[in-house]
Each structure stands twice: as C-alpha cells, then as structure tokens.
Design a protein around this ligand. Structure first.
Ligand SMILES: [Zn+2]
Length: 159
C-alpha cells in the first residue's frame, strides 16, 4: 500500500494551521477533500515535512484550492525546494495563496551545504527577494545560494 500525506490541523486565532507530512501524491485527495470544510476561510499550509510531490498530488492540491470558498485566504509556509519548484511550474497554485516562507540551500566553496529560511511579507505584493550570503557552519566561509534568485523565486516575479 502506498503512503499518503497526513494533515494535522490546529487553530491559531481565526487561522487554521495545517501541518502536512509525507508524500503529496495520488492518495492526497482522501486527506485534502475533508480538509476543505475544516480549514474555514483562513488557512496556513506548513509544507516543511512534505517529502515529495508528484503530478497527481499537484492535481489534488489544485482541487483543494478550487473547493475553498471565494475570498478564502491561504498562506504557504516553510516550503522546501521541491515545493518551490512546483510553485514555479504551476502559477495557478498562487491565485488564492501567498507564500510566507521558503527554504533556501546555500553552498560554500568547499561544497558544504546549509539550509536557511527566506521570509516574505504577506501584506505586500510578492517580489523576488535577495537571498544574500550566509556563513558556512562547518568552515566559516561565505556560502552562496545554490541557484540564482531570479530562477528560484520565479513564482514571486509572476505575482
Ligand atoms: Zn564550508
């Protein structure tokens, strides 16, 4: 039996925080369909523990957004790189939603990798942020983003 994503919903004021974990695949509909009535009009989807995403999972994600009432507010939080790639490929995922934060991978000259979080201001229109550089945890050298900002944040340029 193939695995499915799980969703844990916790209330935070008027917002419902949805913590997603596991693979976002063809089985996601069983989880996402009942979620529509649970999340109300304001929901934040935490993608930090979503391990993978495939085309069937994306289709279920699009359907979930379609079924939310008009005027719903949706925020995507802590998106890992494979979710960021999906947002770049599927601008429709951002028609009703805004991105609050994404994970960014930095690499130093010695090839050490370091992950950091890039925050967005959801009260403002989306724009491509500057990732800058960070200090490598292992050798202290400057670590640069592993891809250009214009490519990684293509979804924000469209917004
Ligand atoms: Zn290093």
């Amino acid at each position: 039996m193939s695995k499915s994503i799980t969703a844990k919903v916790t209330a935070h004021g008027a917002w419902q925080i949805v913590t997603l974990s596991g693979p976002l695949n063809e089985n996601a509909g069983e989880i996402l369909k009942p979620l529509v009535s649970k999340v109300g009009r304001q929901c934040l989807l935490d993608f930090a523990n979503v391990q993978s995403v495939n085309s069937c999972g994306i289709a279920e994600w699009v359907q979930f957004l379609d079924k939310l009432p008009a005027g719903s507010e949706v925020i995507y939080d802590r998106c890992p790189p494979h979710i960021v790639s999906t947002l770049n490929l599927m601008p429709s995922l951002l028609e009703k939603a805004k991105v609050r934060s994404v994970q960014r991978v930095y690499v130093c000259a010695s090839g050490h990798k370091k992950a950091a979080v890039i925050q967005f201001d959801v009260t403002k229109p989306m724009a491509v942020p500057s990732s800058g550089t960070v200090a490598c945890d292992k050798c202290g050298a400057q670590a640069h983003p592993d891809s250009p900002d214009e490519d990684y944040f293509e979804f924000a340029a469209a917004g």
